[in-house]
Write a protein that binds this ligand. Structure first.
Ligand SMILES: [Zn+2]
Length: 391
């Protein structure tokens, strides 16, 4: 009986401490200041790249933050399913391929390879699903058919338009601001075929030089927003938990994606939470090809550690725009050394470890987690280094 008593008490003791440092239930996720209760699997969709040019730091910031989100959720014991698409049917890609004298799909594959290499160098884990627009043409056609059948779309000369008149109000934007944003993203509000300037193509009739696929409305190609709508619906069904992307995608891209999905499925909200990652600026301007101020990941990694770059990208509120400087990257290198030195110390209390886990789920508060790690050292610092891929 004595043996049995001891054995039982040992067994129950081990049952009472099922949580390890790799799996700590640190409470519900807060994202964008709102609680997002999650049971799992957590369905996350991140708008991926249009593979027409090299990866710059502005893109990388979004993907490193999404990677940080998935790492924090997995650390808390949740199963995560991440989808990151590839927008390989797009007019900017077609134009870039034409300039390079290459077929658009071969051109896209080459850019994709470079992107994958950059992500791998930054220790960004591969997504669970990586749908490509050109492999989801049938899903876009089906989406267009459903939107037509419920009266949310109409067809004109081979193009199927989604009725977007209500989209600005759903996003607390005036019609004027929304139209200006649509024009900036090439939505052509002046297209005379549209019933409303805020309508957007779900399916577009293709000209001779454009990629095209057969459809019930003649040869054409998908509209930009519809590609992502269709890829989310195909991957996750009618809704998802967290939709991520750069802040500039909030409108019109994500707003129209959600409106199309909800019109087609009747399920709302399409996304339970949004993660719009803050824009990276250089000398006060958004980092963009058109501005000519691109900072390339591959260039930065020639003289700096990937972990230092990750630290620079994430040691800040994820939604806030910020200014990149080389001096900032040097400071991050120093901080990384401090973290590694702290990780080599003894100690780091259980309380500190739990506080770090809680900070990561509290709007991905990396600065707070890092502060605790540097102060406490030991296992607390090792935890931050491991979970945030800073080791
Ligand atoms: Zn998208």
């Amino acid at each position: 009986m004595e043996w049995l008593a001891t054995h039982t008490s040992e067994a129950s003791a081990s049952n009472l401490i099922p949580m390890t440092h790799d799996s700590i239930a640190a409470g519900p996720l807060r994202l964008g200041g709102r609680e997002v209760p999650l049971v799992g699997p957590v369905r996350i969709y991140s708008c991926g790249i249009t593979p027409y040019d090299v990866t710059h730091l502005g893109h990388a910031a979004t993907f490193v933050w999404v990677d940080t989100l998935t790492r924090a959720l997995r650390h808390s014991g949740l199963e995560v399913l991440l989808t990151r698409n590839i927008t390989d049917v797009d007019d900017v890609l077609t134009a870039a391929a034409l300039r390079a004298g290459a077929p658009y799909d071969e051109f896209a594959a080459m850019q994709q390879y470079r992107f994958d290499r950059d992500m791998s160098d930054l220790h960004v884990r591969r997504p669970d699903f990586e749908p490509r627009a050109h492999q989801n043409i049938d899903a876009v056609i089906r989406l267009a058919e459903v939107l037509l059948s419920v009266g949310a779309a109409y067809e004109r000369n081979g193009t199927v338009y989604f009725r977007g008149g209500e989209v600005p109000a759903r996003n607390a934007l005036s019609r004027e601001v929304a139209l200006a944003a649509c024009a900036r993203f090439g939505e052509n509000p002046d297209d005379p075929q549209k019933e409303d300037a805020l309508d957007v193509p779900v399916w577009r009739a293709s000209a001779a030089d454009d990629p095209s696929w057969p459809s019930p409305w003649g040869p054409g190609r998908p509209g930009w927003h519809a590609e992502c709508t269709a890829m989310v619906l195909r991957t996750f069904g009618s809704s998802l938990d967290i939709h991520a992307g750069g802040a500039d995608l909030a409108f019109p891209h994500h707003a129209y994606e959600a409106a199309q999905a909800e019109a087609a499925t009747g399920v709302a909200p399409f996304a339970r939470a949004w993660m719009h990652v803050g824009t990276v600026m250089v000398d006060g301007e958004k980092m963009a090809k058109s501005t000519g101020n691109l900072v390339l990941v591959s260039d930065l990694l020639e003289g700096h550690r990937a972990a230092a770059l990750r630290l620079l990208l994430t040691d800040r509120p994820w939604a806030a725009p910020w200014e990149f400087t080389m001096a900032g990257l040097d400071i991050a290198e120093g901080q990384l050394d401090s973290l590694h030195a702290a990780a080599g110390r003894r100690g780091g209390s259980e309380t500190a470890v739990a506080a770090i886990s809680a900070a990561l789920l509290d709007d991905l508060d990396v600065p707070r987690a890092l502060g605790i790690a540097l102060e406490e050292g030991g296992q607390a610092a090792r935890l931050v280094a491991r979970v945030l891929a800073l080791d």
